[in-house]
Design a protein around this ligand. Structure first.
Ligand SMILES: Nc1ncnc2c1ncn2[C@@H]1O[C@H](COP(=O)(O)OP(=O)(O)O)[C@@H](O)[C@H]1O
Ligand SMILES: [Mg+2]
Length: 399
């Protein structure tokens, strides 16, 4: 490849010296909800979802719940599901439970789809945010249907009924499901239960939630619908897939990374998708952002690991910490004394509590995305730099 053919435009803000080769734009996206340059290690999940759409409402994955910690790639997988549905000619409603009044937003989006079908417009994705931006009040939309029940169930049923004869369907994706209020959850699940499960109409549901949903909606006795949904638990990527996620975008952009540098990044990422993007991004900037290196080298990878660790702390660890109880925090501080994985039994002793008590906090902190299991009876911090940060914090319960 000729130098002048190398991918992309220029980085915003980087000013190459006159005569030096152009700096191709950074291919990595360390931003929540933004699809990565290469979606690595999720083939099985994407295939599961596409197969369910293909098979219809009787397929177990037709109502599916994706769980995983922050930055594990839940929103990106929802986007993939939406793209798969759109490719089949389906209509899509894409909402997040972090907004208020979710049922009426879904209803508004469904109403808009009905209107667009009447008007012969092509299928598309309508998000909860777009619904607010619709010029005409959706309730005034003339929809040529008689006997339509205007509630959530009625409007969604009408959309699914309209799509069924042509073999199409409606996909409803709900992100941040852990934030759903119970009354809204009941209204939503009653509708899906009726339409998809009882009437066997083609309306698929894919939800995404933090693991803490186990302790809220999934442990509520009235919420059997979500308990019975098929599950995808997003795990860290395997080293092989992490390598691919880092190397391919670099080589696709016409640049290179030394193998040793790649190994430094793979190890530092621990397979966490958000961290992979952070590492790729900073590694690229270190190598090509200022003085132009020939490739990404170990020294660049080490600086990137430092930057990524800091970003993880700011964007993930500190926000979780802010929502933790005093006992959660004491557990973490007790862990921070260990150099490496901690024994839960030993933590219980340090806190002067029973082993059962400590087990309960272990579960809570795994659900919160702070720690992860490290073999029998052991836990470790999920994110880099957590122990060091806790040590500098000088935390005293009640203080
Ligand atoms: N399979 C993957 N391979 C590489 N990067 C990924 C993958 N999945 C997600 N990412 C990246 O990780 C970051 C977090 O993804 P996101 O879907 O927002 O996570 P979540 O919704 O679980 O918090 C984004 O920058 C995204 O591009
Ligand atoms: Mg997300």
């Amino acid at each position: 490849m000729k130098e002048s053919d190398k991918g992309g435009g220029y980085n915003v803000g980087s000013t190459p010296k006159p005569g030096s080769p152009p700096i191709p734009s950074n291919p990595f996206h360390p931003t929540f909800g933004t699809s990565p340059p290469l979606l690595a290690g999720r083939d099985r999940e994407v295939i599961r979802i596409a197969r369910a759409f293909d098979h219809g409402p009787r397929h177990p994955d037709y109502t599916l719940l994706i769980t995983g910690p922050r930055g594990s790639g839940k929103t990106v997988l929802l986007n993939e599901a939406e793209d798969a549905a759109l490719a089949l000619g389906w209509r899509v409603i894409s909402v997040s439970a972090s907004v208020s009044d979710l049922p009426s937003r879904i209803r508004a989006a469904a109403w808009e789809h009905l209107y667009e079908m009447d008007a012969g417009k092509p299928a598309r994705r309508i998000s909860s945010v777009q619904v607010l931006g619709l010029g005409v009040s959706w309730e005034e939309r003339p929809v040529a249907r008689s006997g339509l029940r205007p509630d959530l169930r009625g409007v969604l049923t009408a959309v699914a009924e309209r799509l069924a004869p042509s073999g199409m369907g409606l996909l409803l994706t709900v992100d941040e499901l852990q934030g759903l209020q119970l009354p809204e959850a009941r209204e939503l699940t009653a509708a899906v239960q009726h339409i998809t499960r009882r009437e066997l109409l083609p309306m698929a549901l894919v939800g995404a939630a933090l693991p803490e949903i186990e302790a809220t909606i999934l442990s509520d006795r009235g919420m059997t619908f979500f308990q019975r949904c098929a599950r995808i638990r997003l795990r860290p990527l395997e080293p092989f897939d992490t390598e691919l996620a880092l190397r391919r975008p670099i080589t696709d952009a016409g640049e290179a990374i030394e193998n040793e540098a790649l190994q430094v990044m793979v190890k530092a990422s621990r397979g966490h998708p958000f961290t992979i993007q952070l590492l790729g991004y900073h590694g690229w900037e270190e190598a090509f952002g200022g003085r132009r290196a020939s490739r990404i080298k170990v020294e660049h990878a080490r600086s990137a690991a430092y930057e990524a660790g800091w970003a993880e702390l700011e964007q993930i660890v500190k926000p979780i910490w802010a929502g933790l109880s005093e006992m959660d925090r004491s557990f973490l501080v007790a862990m921070a004394r260990d150099d490496g994985p901690s024994s839960v039994g030993e933590i219980a002793r340090r806190l002067d509590r029973s082993a059962n008590y400590a087990q309960n906090y272990r579960r809570r902190l795994i659900a919160a995305g702070m720690i992860t299991s490290a073999g029998r009876g052991k836990v470790r911090f999920l994110h880099h730099g957590t122990a060091e940060w806790l040590t500098t914090l000088d935390y005293h319960p009640g203080g």
